[in-house]
Design a protein. Structure first.
Length: 185
């Protein structure tokens, strides 16, 4: 059974992903992130970088939708989100499914926020994620430092995957990675 702390983290992530704040996750929530980045990066709607951003955002949404919803349903409600992740984290397949989501979220973060394609997320790129998702940036340095286990001022694949796994599975608030998406609301 998932703990109340794990549930709070999942609610927090849902609220971040629900960009239009209507209580549902929809494709538009994910594509609006690509649109915001397009404007911020001054990209053309036809640029390959913008198309990659849209593809990454759509892939994340589609994976969630396919796993959580009935086949023709296009929205994910908070209750469905929580029920799904409760089932995942309580199942015999937890390790396999968490591995899938770690990889999916990691790929999404790098596709969307690794602006210079160097294979790392810099402190600046990480701060951009906070800005785009409306996360209070007063804690961005604390969160970045807690995830940057190599203390080299950049986040590697290993560090992000570890942080995502901790976020999805840890019941201990002080564990590294729990701040990856900011302090819980």
């Amino acid at each position: 059974m998932i703990s109340s702390y794990q549930k709070r983290k999942l609610v927090h992530l849902f609220k971040l992903l629900d960009v239009n704040k209507n209580g549902y996750l929809q494709l538009g929530d994910f594509l609006s992130i690509a649109g915001t980045l397009r404007k911020k990066m001054n990209l053309s709607e036809h640029s390959s970088r913008y198309q990659t951003l849209c593809g990454s955002c759509q892939a994340l949404y589609e994976k969630f939708r396919e796993e959580i919803c009935e086949p023709k349903k296009r929205t994910i409600a908070l209750r469905e989100w929580l029920d799904y992740f409760t089932e995942v984290l309580d199942s015999d397949r937890e390790e396999e499914l968490v591995e899938d989501y770690k990889t999916l979220i990691y790929s999404f973060l790098f596709d969307v926020f690794d602006d210079n394609n160097d294979g790392y997320i810099s402190r600046e790129e990480y701060g951009e994620m906070y800005e785009i998702y409306g996360i209070d940036d007063k804690n961005v340095d604390e969160a970045f430092t807690s995830i940057d286990v190599f203390a080299d001022d950049r986040l590697s694949k290993y560090e992000l995957i570890n942080a995502i796994e901790v976020f999805l599975t840890s019941d201990e608030p002080s564990d590294r990675g729990n701040l990856i998406f900011g302090h819980l609301s």
